[in-house]
Design a protein around this ligand. Sequence first.
Ligand code: GAR
Length: 214
Amino acid sequence: MLASGRGSNLAALLVARDCGDLPAEFVLVASDKATAGALRLAEGAGVPTLVLDPRAYPDRRRFDLDLFDRIADSGADLLVMAGFMRIIDGDALTPWIGRMVNIHPSLLPKYRGLQTHRRALEAGDREHGASVHYVTAELDGGPVIAQVHIAIKPDDDEQRLAQRLLPLEHRLLVAVVADIAAGKVSLDGDGVQFEQETLTQPLQWIEGRLKAAS
Ligand code: GAR
């Protein structure tokens, strides 16, 4: 996993593993921030950690290539980005296409980048949500695997909206990673595959499970 922040998504994945809902082994949690809560959580769970400081590298590309070399050395099959707040060099990413997912707090393709909750509120949207997508060189632009929707309430502000969405993000990410681990979800040249079918729309998190949109 790659994380720059508090690590609540990592916590959700670890709980799911401990409950037997996620058949996955955690081989590395890496961060660009020594203070990331995700690192403390990983240490507490006995997961190896890695911190690389981007300021120690001459440029972004050299940082990314080193980071991704070390991730490859960990033996990871799948790389999960949860709140890793950096744009990644295309060459570093290429070997991971189809093996790297990101959770993003918006209904992509809406609101790529930052401040997604504020932008949804400012636009007067009636619904908001989160997406898990395969990572490509295009920022928040890779094929979307699954989404969860929530209604925006009249009294929502940025913080309330983020708070209501976060637990759903956790469930969405756990469900997608579990389905990838089980071989139900993958990426090929035609797009996202779900149970041997090419998705024409993202899966939806509805009533506690992932469903193909009808
Ligand atoms: C999550 O809300 C995730 O959707 C967001 O960062 C948060 C990480 O929380 N990701 C992005 O904004 C990516 N552009 P966490 O550190 O508690 O898992």
